[in-house]
Design a protein around this ligand. Sequence first.
Ligand code: SF4
Ligand code: SF4
Length: 652
Amino acid sequence: MYGTIRGIGAALCITLGVMFGYMSPGANAATLSKEDVQRLAGDTYVVGEVQPDMPAWPLFAAHAAQPEAKPELKAYAFESNDFASVRGYSGKPINIFIIIDLRGRFLDTQLLDHREPIFLRPEGTAKLQAYANQHKGLTLRHSIQLGRPSDTPSHNSQFAYLAGVQTGTISAKAISRTLMTAAANVATAAHLTIPEAQATPIGHSEAPADTTGKDAAKDAMKDSAKDTAKDSSKDAAKDTAKDGAKASAKDAKADISTSTVAPNAGPDLRRDATGNPSASVDASRAVDPSSGRPAATGNNGDSMSMGSGATDTAATDAAELAHAGRQGPAENNAMAGAAISTAANADEPDWLAQWRERRSDIVIVLVALVLLTAALLAQQRFSSHPRRLRVLRTLYLLFTLGFIGWIAQGQLTIVNVTAGLESLAVGDDLSFLMNDPISVILWIFTGITLLVWGRGTFCGWLCPFGALQELVSLMANAIGVRQRRIRAAVDAKLKWVKYGLLALIIVSAFIAPGFASWAVEIEPFKTAISLYFVRSWPYVLWAAACIALTVFVYRGYCRYICPLGAALASMSFLRRWAWLPRRAECGKPCQSCRHRCEYQAIEPSGAIQYRECFQCLDCVSIYQDEQRCLPLIREKKRKPAVINIQPVRELA
Ligand code: SF4
Ligand code: SF4
């Protein structure tokens, strides 16, 4: 037995070692120097000095026709973290090097740093970079719709239809929102005027009412293309005039040797102690970097005024751009075809659109949770027939794996826990979790049932990876492979391993976040559920090893390794009821349930360790079974045999 355990342990450790060795950190956090910006911007531009009150670098270029003439201000380069803090799936912002021209058009978008868990490997980062690249050529006023990864990107002057990122929709939407919000804030601060011909009118959207589908997006593009064509000559003339006036005004102020941006370049957006843009912004023009919304000023956009109290075009632009930031792309459906649209009501939170668009998934999951609750409340009736219990439980686990896991992508993960703790530790809220409605619903349900029934409700019924293991065990049983029971003393020691791993992940999330983002890879959920096993071979090997373990040790990964299971189990002190029925004879003398509990969650005394119980209801079924429950067997034997006596008349 010890030899087997040692062999399995060694194999898992080697697999883990290979996987960690294969991983490398993602891009590092960056605070760019002028040299860095020059390198990133390339030879096309000469980088000016960053303004102390606006962390954006002016980019100058020589006049093509008059190389001797004074270089012109052409664009601004900046890091998105200085102007927006849109949080991705990891709960951390994605830092992007951005160049926009003086008309708010994206010229370059380069990922500097991110913590998106699925994309930490270079090839993952490359996928996010490829997504960010699709924004080049768009302006900060485009309505963006996110398509499937295989779709062909296209755009017109108002709408852009981008190819999504496989299993990275939340990350992709975070990138779009980051770009739009940061660019809107820079445009506001730098008094840029975005050509109106390029823009969806601010304050209302011309997007069709249903912007969730590809067809809607394309129709909208067709319509707006017509409108744009109609107005193009008029607007082109207007733009040229505006740009000319603006360029000369800038030329008067911007000198490459002194590299000043407009002296009254607007809001003071210096980083504060937390690294966010400072709040010392002219209140009338402030934009909240976390949401891209205008800071609460008591004024609406129309009545915004400059510091002097005068209303001018720049203030109107600022208001509009702030509004553009406010209506920046909302993160929507986690699956393909979702829209990042400006059509949403400006006053509703961004995540609401996600919930609306995933309402059918939400309804299915809610119905499944209601059914599960009913089954657990009526546990004795539900488990009164062992065969029926097995069939219903297997069907539910198939639903959990297929729908909750692979279709709705509702696998809860320790990444949610670490991201939430990190956010709370720095004073942020947990609103970023709202972008994933299925996970939010499952977390709420798990939280409530933790109080009532313990961790078993989630681990036993709702965890897709747990369901996958159990189904594999059942298949192994069907072909005659039985799992081995671990000796009680060894089992008790091995169960502590998962708590050690949990502690390692949580502590490292605070003191070594880079390591923590590797350590969470101990969970094979991403590989097996989120990425359908389409991933680099070391990850697939690790996931396969965790699944193979269950062939030999029932739900071995859950019982000994899973940090999320450990996190839920460690909350078991919150449970208020010992709800599984027991008899005085449980443990002494009867050990029937204990020997049949595949999870080894029943102590020799007959007491149930709720921390380790997966609520499979097998023991409830045994409790009422006159063939398996010893006290019932005895009672049955003690009962005098009943002879069915029928009246003689009837026999005749
Ligand atoms: S222990 Fe982990 S893998 Fe197993 S069911 Fe619970 S959360 Fe899922
Ligand atoms: S058989 Fe074991 S795991 Fe299943 S409900 Fe009973 S104690 Fe819990």
